[in-house]
Design a protein around this ligand. Structure first.
Ligand code: TYD
Ligand code: MG
Length: 453
């Protein structure tokens, strides 16, 4: 059959296919995301056959052998933890992040940290010499790491099948291509084909594969969005490029919990694991400074504390500015409106700047309480004692709402030597505490009374 329709349109946000261009993707509703790509030729599915193709038969679930020992440690405790206790054989893990955030550095540090694993590192971006230079900077070149500079996925898979490594790393999906697709590397159809080929290889051979993918700040090159459906695990690398802290977050994990989080520090010799982020994200100053408040946050399964900073000043120009780093600015505006309407603070003529320590991006609702305390503290130039911390969501009528797992936040705050933690009156805390006092507040006026009067 001759194919008349030689091109196909893909949504670069969700991967939806369409035979014609559309302004708005009917599947995900995004505007201007449809991109043109050549249709796949007949060879596509024959491209990379799975080595186990004919061995597959339905099996009883109870007969399938698996033990947790099969997970392989990657030699870095924080990476293992975020994967749910090591990498699962045959899994495809996507490490996504903006260019320059440290994806190549992290993935090269893995073979350096576990010389026991035979690793095949496929680089489509850097020459073998450049990889060697980086490895030297990271402190070594292990005997057990093969560097392969290749971008044709069919060659990579046949080489990997011959080598049968313990781990394969592919840097990056945007540079790889399959000969069965006509479009350029990095296009939606190439990304899909490359990832599917790697998935078939991983599942068929049992070799875990780490795939690196770039995303831009505005998410415009949305390849990794499409990849999310294909891969087993998505780890997202985040961080302010100016700062040296990097956050690795698990946003999808078929073999573990999501929204786990690890913190790394970029140093002159690679990424250093920060095993106790609280100690890094809370301030060094003994005396409280005005405009700061500590939030007892929970990200995934791990509680940690960090500093919220705010600066409130009279607006220099007509309209007041509101700016937030690491926090949703609409949420900030809502909290300021609550303070204005429910507690009578006149902040509409004030500039309000908000910053989360360490370049952290925060979406735990428990941060609300620390945000309003930091804003009020700066507004009145009144320092909050450095051993107070906060965990509560603020509702539209000014009520302080309970947050999940309050007990665990209290335990972490106590462990770090805090003396008082402010939570919602409606949270049912069972925790017996020795060194920390749990102060329960029902609404914003009550909080203000407890703190400022
Ligand atoms: P890289 O891993 O190349 O980023 P990606 O692969 O995500 O594009 O990291 C590049 C940045 O990291 C670069 O700006 C330099 C910095 N860096 C260090 O600070 N120390 C190091 O030891 C290394 C290898 C990189
Ligand atoms: Mg790179």
């Amino acid at each position: 059959m001759s194919v008349k329709n030689k091109t196909i349109w893909y949504c670069s946000s969700c991967g939806n296919e369409s035979p014609k261009w559309m302004g708005r993707c009917p599947a995900c509703g995004e505007w201007n995301t449809m991109v043109e790509a050549p249709a796949q030729t007949g060879k596509a599915s024959a491209g990379v056959a799975s080595p186990l193709r004919n061995d597959r038969k339905p099996q009883q679930l109870k007969d399938i052998a698996f033990s947790d020992e099969e997970r392989k440690s990657l030699g870095m405790a924080e990476v293992d933890r975020i994967l749910g206790g090591g990498i699962v054989p045959g899994s495809l893990v996507l490490v996504a992040g903006e260019p320059g955030i440290g994806k190549s550095t992290l993935s090269l540090q893995i073979p350096l940290h576990c010389p026991d694993l035979k690793t095949l590192y496929v680089s489509g971006e850097e020459s073998a010499k450049q990889v060697k230079m980086r490895a030297r900077r990271l402190g070594g070149s292990p005997d057990n790491c093969l560097i392969y500079t290749e971008t044709l996925i069919e060659n990579i898979i046949s080489e990997a099948t011959a080598i049968n490594p313990d781990l394969m790393i592919v840097d990056s999906v945007q540079t790889m291509y399959s000969e069965s697709i006509e479009s350029a590397p990095g296009s939606v159809s190439q990304i899909k084909e490359v990832a599917s080929a790697l998935l078939r290889f991983a599942k068929g051979s049992g070799v875990p594969v780490i795939l690196i993918g770039h995303i831009t700040k505005d998410g415009f090159i949305a390849g990794p969005k499409i990849l999310e459906h294909i891969v087993d695990v998505v780890l997202q690398f985040e961080g302010e490029n100016r700062g040296s802290y990097r956050i690795l977050r698990s946003i999808k994990n078929r073999f573990g919990s999501t929204s786990e989080l690890s913190v790394f520090e970029m140093t002159g010799s690679g990424l250093r694991e920060v095993s106790n982020p609280s100690e890094l994200l809370i301030p060094m100053h003994e005396q409280g400074l005005s405009g700061t408040a500590i939030c007892a946050m929970l990200d995934g399964t791990r509680p940690f504390l960090f500093e919220v900073q705010s600066l409130v000043s009279s607006a220099v120009y007509g309209t007041a500015q509101r700016s937030a780093t690491g926090f949703d600015v609409r949420r900030l505006n809502m909290l300021l409106a609550v303070l204005e309407k429910r507690a009578g603070f006149h902040l509409s003529a004030k500039d309000v700047f908000l910053n989360m320590a360490g370049g952290l991006k925060v979406n735990d609702p428990a941060a609300d309480l620390a945000v309003i305390v930091a804003v009020l503290s700066s507004n009145f130039d009144f320092a909050i004692p450095a051993d107070f911390c906060f965990a509560g969501e603020v509702g539209l009528s000014g009520e302080i709402r309970p947050v999940s797992q309050t007990d665990r936040r209290i335990i972490e705050a106590e462990r770090l030597g805090f003396k008082k933690i402010f939570v919602s009156s409606f949270s049912d805390t069972q925790q017996k505490t020795k060194d920390i006092r749990v102060v329960k507040v029902a609404d914003v006026p009550e909080l203000v009374k407890a703190l400022f009067r």
